[in-house]
Write a protein that binds this ligand. Structure first.
Ligand code: FAD
Ligand code: PHB
Length: 392
């Protein structure tokens, strides 16, 4: 088999890449280790920057998102028993965010690719990439028990943090920058109307909690927990009780509960692999970098890498230019590090750690500052809605 761009992974990065390449007349094949059903029901991110949503609309896959997604113009920071609203739109010249589940984006992209005759092979096994230093790299895999090989011009490693592409780069090429945060998030999806129209980021002496949503009937809630805790230690009653405590306000705000549809614990990590390229293998999204979810940035950063890579491939195929491909990593990493900074800042400001009372006071002062200074609030808002894109 042959294609122009062999894509490993059918998450948001791999699918969006395949879709945008198709619109530019560039062929690709997507290889995915899990089933279509698994990819379409994996509950993860929920916040799209306006720029990400605009890209989906402009590329023709935003129909259902525009109908069902929830446009938000602000977020709430809750601490000291009170709410402090950050008016994202007012502070950023009218920009907004869109609450729309990542798995819905994935569903829309899979449907668009398959409708256009695109090739996505689900349930493939033993994926391995090779000949990365040549102009004809290849991907070996098994499909239905049968060994196959895909020859391509380029390989896009969109296989997430635990994928095989990044570890296939020879030792000594990549520099890894990493920070493991001393806490994790327990997340639930609940059949309960969200108790607030806007996201609430709550900083409480017992730890951080976040209220988000997927629809007017379904809430998405998170609470800070220990990384070593098992989900079995958290029966539903304990989760609701802990959420109620962390969201309590002086005005007697009440959380709405309901049946828990899904729950899980996610470790929090900051990670960057540099450069995001080796030979003809390019890394995109979580395969190259991870941010803690407090800034709601991971999916948006994956989409930003895709934008840069599509322009570079287009310049290569349309005009034989290699300069944008050579500059891919540097272009992506500029945004990646700014987003790392923002995600780390939001995380340290809002979570409780064992660093001690001195740091708890600093974080409270930071919250006080960000909610009382227009300049500080603007800095939060412009990062949250998404930094602008530099021209290619
Ligand atoms: P992934 O979504 O991880 O996709 C990688 C794909 O590759 C998967 O389908 C995987 O099955 C496949 N794969 C792996 N190995 C192989 C292999 N060997 N062969 C073939 N296929 C393989 N981001 C936000 O922007 N906003 C948020 O609000 C937000 N909230 C989050 C909340 C949680 C609880 C979590 C866990 C993450 C959150 N994120 C958020 C981050 C976001 O989900 C990720 O950044 C995003 O999924 C990255 O997309 P990706 O395509 O790079 O990787
Ligand atoms: C979500 O809705 O899943 C979500 C929202 C905001 C975040 C992280 C996750 O910061």
């Amino acid at each position: 088999m042959r294609t122009q761009v062999g894509i490993v992974g059918a998450g948001p990065a791999g699918l969006l890449l395949s879709h945008l390449l198709h619109l530019r007349g560039i062929d690709s094949v997507v290889l995915e280790a899990r089933s279509r059903h698994y990819c379409e029901t994996r509950i993860r991110a929920g916040v799209l920057e306006q720029g990400t949503a605009d890209l989906l609309v402009a590329s023709g896959v935003g129909g259902r998102m525009t109908r069902e997604g929830l446009v938000h113009r602000g977020i709430v920071l809750r601490f000291g028993g009170r709410d402090h609203r950050i008016d994202l739109s007012e502070l950023t010249g009218g920009r907004t965010i869109l609450v729309y589940g990542q798995h819905e984006v994935v569903k829309d992209l899979i449907a668009a690719r398959l409708d256009a005759g695109g090739e996505i092979f689900f349930d493939v096994e033993d994926v391995a990439v090779g000949d990365l230093d040549t102009a004809a790299p290849r991907i070996r895999f098994r499909r239905g028990g049968e060994a196959r090989e895909l020859r391509c011009d380029f390989i896009a490693g969109c296989d997430g943090f635990h994928g095989i592409c990044r570890p296939s780069i020879p030792p000594g090429v990549l520099t890894i920058y990493e920070h493991a945060h001393p806490f994790a998030w327990l997340g639930i999806l609940a059949q309960a109307p969200p108790a607030s129209a806007e996201l609430i980021y709550a900083s409480h002496a017992r730890g951080f909690a976040l209220l988000s949503m997927r629809s007017p009937e379904v809430s998405r809630l998170y609470l800070q927990c220990e990384p070593a805790e098992a989900i079995g230690e958290w029966p539903d009653d304990r989760i609701w009780q802990e959420l109620r405590r962390r969201f309590e306000t002086d005005e007697g705000w009440t959380l709405r509960d309901g049946p828990v549809l899904q729950k899980g614990i996610t470790a929090m990590r900051s990670f960057v692999a540099s450069p995001m390229q080796h030979g003809r293998l390019f890394l995109l999204g979580d395969a190259a970098h991870i941010v803690p979810p407090t800034g709601a940035k991971g999916l948006n950063l994956a989409a930003a890498d895709v934008r840069v890579f599509v322009e570079a491939l287009d310049a290569f195929y349309a005009a034989g230019r290699t300069d944008l491909l050579a500059g891919y990593s540097a272009a992506c990493l500029r945004r990646v590090w700014k987003v790392q900074r923002f995600s780390w800042w939001m995380t340290s400001m809002l979570h409780r750690s064992a660093e001690g009372e001195f740091f708890d006071r600093l974080h409270l002062a930071e919250l006080d500052y960000v909610t009382s200074s227009r300049a500080a609030a603007t800095a939060l808002a412009e990062n949250y809605v998404g930094l602008p894109f530099a021209p290619a």
